[in-house]
Ligand binder design. Structure first.
Ligand SMILES: Cc1cc2nc3c(=O)[nH]c(=O)nc-3n(C[C@H](O)[C@H](O)[C@H](O)COP(=O)(O)OP(=O)(O)OC[C@H]3O[C@@H](n4cnc5c(N)ncnc54)[C@H](O)[C@@H]3O)c2cc1C
Ligand code: SF4
Length: 482
């Protein structure tokens, strides 16, 4: 519970970041570690509220008050054990999670919530620094073999759980490197890839086998996998992007966000990408269409590439600064947020819709035609009405489409396995995380739709329980998500 009077004595501190002028000159992570003594005071703010709502805010069911208290009392070894009991990869969530737990922290009712995410990250960073995080191979092997298809956080969490339960686990990834969106979506400045590689080393040492350039349903036949493995777990993500089929979409200079982010992540990894294949914002007026986190990642990337100007469009109106009465605690607060990329510059434009990409004589993007819109709410449905006379044109030589994802890719693996889909186009599963095809399981964005890392880890852990139970008739693995 921290210190009895801690929440009265200490104020919430801000996560330290590198200065903007410095960080814009490189690709290194912008977040800095908390000084440990300051962080312990943050842990002391946890106030023994009786019913810790943060538990229900965190999809993993992280035991937050326990480790807040342990940090305050300088008992770091116990803190990492308690943290690892519910989360395979606290360094990913401690760096990248939007922290729904903090939205439901009881202290947040009339004060600033506890800095839960910062405490989580410091515990795991400290444990790595002390050499406490070591491979944990199983003592006994079951002889069962599981193929995990897709190496994002859902696949990795499931693989670690299943391997530790004694099964032989092979992770098959179509890309040339392991990690899913942690590798090629999330930019280096948000989380350096060495953080991911450190965990992959641990998993390899535990006995997990990683195979890259293995595109299941394309260069790996699903029938072969069905023969070679006792169970398959599909964690291929929801990678089909939402398009904007308006006039001019075919112009050079209009790209999906993931095309753009992947190329920069590859360059950061040292891949030699020819300039004619690379998508660069350097010297260009840039517009990012989509006001969410993927858009913010494009924004930070375009800053570092030296864009001339950057606008980020959002079709919805600007969120309020404080919770509104229809968004009470402990719900996730739908409020205006400023990410590290927003701190670095660019202009956020709300309540606008792009009508046309305008090209020059060479088929290259030169401008966008835009109109302001009003949100219309009717019986829970939202639509957007154009405001007459509000049209304007904005110079633009690079437009990045960051409007979310429509679901998993259907051709290839899903078609070959003939798994049922939900009405929303995600893979359907039963209560044991099995698809409509016996012995084939699913977790993460592939069954949930594009979501968050914390959900992917939680689902990977739960699906591992389902697979283990299918193989062994029972399972002791945890199930954070029903
Ligand atoms: C740009 C971007 C930034 C984001 N930032 C954040 C953030 O800061 N915080 C946060 O919480 N969430 C963030 N998210 C969301 C988060 O990354 C995802 O919810 C999470 O990665 C989903 O994990 P997953 O394991 O289900 O799938 P993914 O991470 O999508 O991994 C799926 C993997 O499966 C592979 N695959 C697919 N089909 C096959 C096949 N047939 N054969 C072999 N391999 C296959 C893919 O190549 C991919 O590597 C972000 C998303 C994007 C797009
Ligand atoms: S994983 Fe996310 S929701 Fe859970 S405790 Fe950490 S920051 Fe909070």
């Amino acid at each position: 519970m921290g210190k009895v009077t801690g929440f009265i004595e200490f104020k919430r501190d801000k996560q330290p970041y590198r200065p903007v002028a410095e960080r814009l000159r490189d690709w290194h992570q912008v977040m800095l570690p908390w000084p440990v003594d300051k962080l312990q005071k943050q842990g002391a703010r946890c106030m023994d509220c009786g019913i810790p709502f943060c538990h229900q805010g965190c999809p993993l069911g992280n035991l937050i008050p326990d480790w807040n208290d342990l940090v305050y009392r300088d008992r770091w070894r116990e803190a990492i054990d308690r943290l690892h009991a519910t989360n395979n990869f606290p360094e990913f969530t401690g760096t990248l999670c939007p922290a729904p737990c903090e939205g439901s922290c009881v202290l947040g009712i009339n004060d600033d919530p506890v800095t839960i995410k910062g405490i989580e990250l410091t515990i795991v960073d400290h444990a790595f620094a002390q050499g406490w995080i070591e491979p944990e191979p199983p003592e006994v092997r079951t002889g069962k073999k599981v193929a995990v298809i897709g190496s994002g956080p859902a696949g990795l969490a499931a693989a670690q759980q299943l391997n530790r339960a004694g099964h032989w686990v092979t992770v098959l990834e179509r890309d040339d490197r392991i990690g899913g969106l942690l590798r090629y979506g999330i930019p280096e400045f948000k989380m350096e890839k060495r953080v991911l590689d450190r965990r992959l080393d641990q998993m390899s040492a535990e006995g997990v086998r990683f195979e890259t350039d293995r595109h299941v349903g394309v260069n790996v036949a699903v029938e072969d996998l069905r023969h070679q493995f006792d169970a398959l777990l599909l964690t291929g993500g929801a990678t089909a992007p939402r398009d904007l089929p308006i006039p001019g979409r075919e112009l050079a200079g209009v790209h999906f966000a993931m095309e753009y982010l992947t190329l920069q992540n590859r360059r950061c990894a040292g891949d030699g990408i020819a300039d004619e294949r690379f998508i660069s914002a350097s010297g260009k007026p840039v517009v990012i269409i989509g006001g969410g986190d993927t858009g913010a990642d494009c924004l930070g990337t375009a800053h570092r590439q030296g864009a001339r100007s950057i606008h980020q469009f959002e079709i919805l109106p600007r969120p309020p600064d404080q919770r509104t009465s229809d968004n009470p605690w402990p719900q996730w607060p739908n409020v205006y947020r400023v990410s590290s990329a927003h701190e670095e510059g660019g202009e956020r434009v709300y309540a606008v819709s792009t009508k046309r990409f305008v090209g020059d004589a060479h088929g290259r993007l030169a401008a966008l035609e835009v109109v302001r819109v009003e949100t219309v709410r009717d019986a829970g449905r939202i639509s957007f009405a154009e405001m007459p006379g509000s049209e304007f044109t904005l110079p633009c030589e690079l437009a990045l489409l960051a409007m979310g994802f429509v679901g998993p890719e259907r051709p290839g693996m899903l078609a070959a396995l003939d798994v049922e889909l939900t009405d929303r186009g995600n893979v359907r599963r039963d209560a044991n995380w099995m698809t409509s095809t016996p012995g084939v399981f699913t977790a993460g964005d592939m069954q949930r739709g594009q979501s968050l890392i914390v959900w992917a880890i939680a689902e990977g852990r739960s699906a591992a329980h389902g697979v283990d139970r299918y193989l062994m008739g029972r399972s002791d693995l945890p199930t954070p998500v029903a």
